[in-house]
Ligand binder design. Structure first.
Ligand SMILES: C[S@@+](CC[C@H](N)C(=O)[O-])C[C@H]1O[C@@H](n2cnc3c(N)ncnc32)[C@H](O)[C@@H]1O
Length: 256
C-alpha cells in the first residue's frame, strides 16, 4: 500500500526499531497508541454524526483501518468504500459486524460504482495527500472534489484526516529540511510539504462549498529530528457539516 509511513526494507531498519530508538523503547505508547487514538477519533466522529441506517462513503479505504476502529462502537450504519490499490483485497477479508464491501476504484469512480444519494458522511481517512498525489496535485484534487461533494446530504459531514507537518516545523525552514531528511532516511516518507494538507486549507476550501467546520483535533505523532528534538508530524481530524447551500456560495445557511 502507498502508506505515508513505509517500513524501509533494509536488514536492520524497521519502523519499530526507529521509533524505539527515538522514544527510549516506548514505541507502543508513542506511536501505536497515537495511531489508535487517531482512528478512534474518526470513528467517534462517525458515531456522533451518522444516524442509525445512515450511509458512509470511505474514499481510499486501504486496509480498513477506520472500519476496524469502528467495530467496538457497533455502528448501525453501512460503509461503502473505494480503494484503487491491491489493499482492497485485504480489506475485503476483514470481518466486521456492519455492512462494508469495498470496491476497487478511485475517488472519481465513486459516482459510477455506487448509488450515492443521501450520503451522511464522506470520509478521507489518511488518504487526502495520496489522492492528491495520484491525481497530479492539490488543485486537481479540489476540482475533483467539487464534483463529488454534491452527494453529501444537507446536515451530513465530510471528514478529512491526514498527516501534516507540525506548524512550528513548517515555520522554520532549517527544521523543515531536517525533518524531511529524517523522514526520508528513516521511514521512507517522501511526501513533500506541497503534497500535504492542513486543516486551515481544507476548512477554507470546504467553506466555499457550504461546509462549516464543526470539529478539529490535532494529534501529536511520532518522529523527532535529532538535533532539534521536536515532534515533526501531527495528524489532524477535521469534520465539516454541510449547510443549505444557495446558488451564491457566499450566502449559505449553516445547519448549526
Ligand atoms: C495512507 S493510505 C490510507 C489507507 C486507509 N484509509 C488507512 O487509513 O489505513 C492512502 C490510501 O489512499 C489510496 N488512494 C490513492 N489515490 C487514490 C484515489 N485517487 N482515490 C481513492 N483512493 C486513493 C491509496 O491507495 C491508499 O490506500
Amino acid at each position: 500500500m502507498g502508506d505515508n509511513i513505509h517500513i524501509v526494507p533494509t536488514d536492520t531498519l524497521s519502523m519499530k526499531s526507529v521509533f524505539d530508538n527515538y522514544t527510549n523503547g516506548k514505541y507502543a505508547e508513542s506511536y501505536e497508541k497515537a495511531n489508535a487514538d487517531f482512528y478512534t477519533d474518526m470513528a467517534l466522529q462517525l458515531m456522533k454524526h451518522v444516524p442509525p441506517g445512515g450511509r458512509v462513503l470511505d474514499i481510499g479505504t486501504g486496509p480498513a483501518s477506520l472500519e476496524k476502529a469502528l467495530v467496538p462502537f457497533n455502528p448501525e450504519f453501512s460503509v461503502i468504500a473505494v480503494e484503487p490499490s491491491d489493499t482492497v483485497e485485504d480489506a475485503k477479508k476483514v470481518e466486521l459486524n456492519f455492512p462494508y464491501d469495498p470496491v476497487r476504484g478511485t475517488m472519481m469512480d465513486a459516482p459510477d460504482l455506487f448509488d450515492l444519494n443521501d450520503i451522511d458522511a464522506m470520509v478521507f481517512p489518511r488518504s487526502p495527500h495520496e489522492i492528491a498525489k495520484s491525481m497530479g496535485g492539490k488543485p486537481e484534487f479540489w476540482s475533483g472534489f467539487y464534483h463529488i461533494d454534491q452527494y453529501v446530504k444537507v446536515g451530513g459531514i465530510v471528514m478529512f484526516a491526514d498527516p501534516m507537518y507540525n506548524p512550528s516545523v513548517v515555520s522554520n525552514p532549517e527544521l523543515l529540511a531536517a525533518a524531511a531528511e529524517w523522514n526520508k532516511k528513516h521511514i521512507g516518507h517522501n511526501d513533500s510539504i506541497e503534497q500535504m494538507f492542513t486543516p486551515a486549507q481544507v476548512s477554507f476550501e470546504l467553506q466555499l462549498l457550504g461546509f462549516d467546520p464543526v470539529y478539529l483535533n490535532v494529534h501529536d505523532h511520532q518522529q523527532h529530528v535529532d538535533e532539534f528534538g521536536v515532534s515533526v508530524n501531527q495528524f489532524f481530524v477535521l469534520t465539516s457539516k454541510k449547510g443549505k447551500k444557495n446558488e451564491n456560495w457566499t450566502n449559505y445557511i449553516p445547519t448549526e
